[in-house]
Design a protein around this ligand. Structure first.
Ligand code: FAD
Length: 395
């Protein structure tokens, strides 16, 4: 005998939980299955344990998707303000950080507890440590096996996320289900991820590990982010690098303005007038970490001598170099540390209004498993809330 549900959701992460609560509120009998021991593990570790749950400023421009218009409907049906209203209703204190990012003041756990409370009120059943197998289409909808128990449902929602952080339970399950039902997958890769450097550069910059500077970073496709850049013992990280990594392709270079806040040419020209005997190194150390300037001199990218020995053209060349410091990353740290997965289930085969497959009634994909990737800044969770909400109205 199989158990019967109206809706089965696979994945008790951000997208799965909000979808479950919404479907349950409509009176649907909902079951959530997850192979992990507990729900929302990525929410718990996100934002350094404080969960950057959304952003004050959300639009389709903050997302990468092969169809750039796809996200618009869901983002307008369930907005950042809708989620902020729920967070406020639960009395969860939050704060705004740079670029409109909203974080819990206390703990990301409050977001998980809020979603679980919503599920409980909507009488959603949650089961953990479930091994889900054998999904098949049936006359009523779908049948599947979970820990060797047969389950039937009218609607099946896949909310199993992407490949990033396998240690937290990420699997390619969602892509396999998509393939089984004939939906194409846009090739996946790690996004919002630190860069690794080639051997020589890694050795040269290793000593700078832990140093952060404000920077403006540009990808080969022209995308620009102005954020902090961090040197690490493996390469480059920090928000600037995480953001641009989603726009970078193997073999490409990135260009970095190392002093975006100052007019470097003016600074050097005035310094040469006022302190002609001051070394270039000591002059630049006023606007850059001294150790970074030293490494550039050691790498013979800059020549250190008194400012009076540089002519105008040479000062301009130094400015040009510092404003367009170019580096070709060796690669990225990959799924092990990536915050998200680029690519995923092709949105051309899904309804942008409901997240339901266009050709398979009752099958839905929501959250990160889809070919929708947000920028750093709360946009990925907002996509989970928006896509999960709309699916919850129709599943
Ligand atoms: C370190 C880190 C920090 C982040 N910080 C932020 C942030 O502050 N703000 C932001 O917007 N985004 C952040 N992100 C991205 C965000 O966490 C994800 O985009 C989001 O969690 C995706 O939600 P999801 O529900 O689609 O998938 P997930 O949260 O990955 O949930 C998928 C669920 O499916 C389950 N599952 C997987 N495979 C199976 C299977 N075979 N059988 C059964 N269950 C399965 C998993 O156990 C999991 O519970 C961060 C990511 C990481 C890794």
């Amino acid at each position: 005998m199989s158990e019967k549900f109206d809706v089965v959701i696979i994945g008790a992460g951000a997208a799965g939980l909000i979808c479950a609560a919404e479907a349950g509120k409509r009176g649907r009998k909902v079951l959530v299955l997850d192979h992990a021991k507990k729900p929302g593990r990525k929410i718990l570790i996100s934002g350094g344990g404080r969960c950057n749950f959304t952003n004050y400023d959300v639009s389709a421009n903050n997302y990468l998707c092969r169809n750039p218009h796809f996200v618009k409907s869901a983002l307008s049906q369930y907005t950042n303000w809708d989620f902020i209203a729920m967070v406020s209703k639960y009395g969860i204190e939050f704060e705004e950080r740079d670029h409109g990012q909203l974080f819990c003041v206390d703990s990301a756990k409050q977001i998980v507890n809020m979603l679980l409370e919503e599920c409980q009120q909507a009488k959603v059943q949650l089961r953990y440590q479930q091994d889900v197998q054998q999904i098949e289409q049936s006359e009523q909808g779908f049948t599947l096996m979970a820990n060797a128990n047969a389950i039937e449902c009218q609607s099946l929602v896949i909310a199993t996320g992407g490949l990033s952080m396998p240690k937290l339970g990420a699997t390619p399950f969602g892509y396999k289900v998509a393939e089984q039902f004939g939906l194409p997958i846009i090739p996946t890769s790690a996004g919002l991820v630190p860069f690794t450097l080639h051997k020589q550069e890694k050795e040269d910059f290793e000593a700078l590990s832990g140093i952060a500077i404000p920077a403006e970073i540009t990808a080969q496709d022209g995308t620009v982010f102005k954020e902090a850049l961090l040197f690490t013992h493996r390469g480059l990280s920090g928000p600037a690098v995480l953001q641009i990594s989603s726009f970078w392709k193997a073999g490409q270079k990135v260009t970095i303005n190392l002093i975006p806040e100052a007019d470097v040419d003016e600074l050097l020209t005035i310094a040469r007038e006022q302190h002609p005997n001051q070394s270039l190194k000591n002059t630049l150390a006023r606007v850059l970490p001294k150790r970074l300037v030293e490494v550039m001199v050691e790498r013979k990218e800059l020549v250190d001598k008194p400012l009076k020995q540089f002519n105008d053209k040479q000062l301009k060349q130094i400015t040009e170099y510092l404003e367009n410091w170019t580096i070709a990353p060796n690669g990225t740290e990959g799924y092990r540390t990536a915050e998200v997965t680029l690519g995923g289930v092709d949105t051309d085969h899904l309804s942008s209004k409901t997240m339901q497959c266009k050709n398979i009634n009752g099958l839905f994909f929501i959250g990160e498993v889809m070919d929708v990737t947000g920028w750093l800044g709360g946009y990925n969770f907002q996509w989970c809330w928006s896509s999960g909400f709309v699916a919850g109205q129709h599943a």
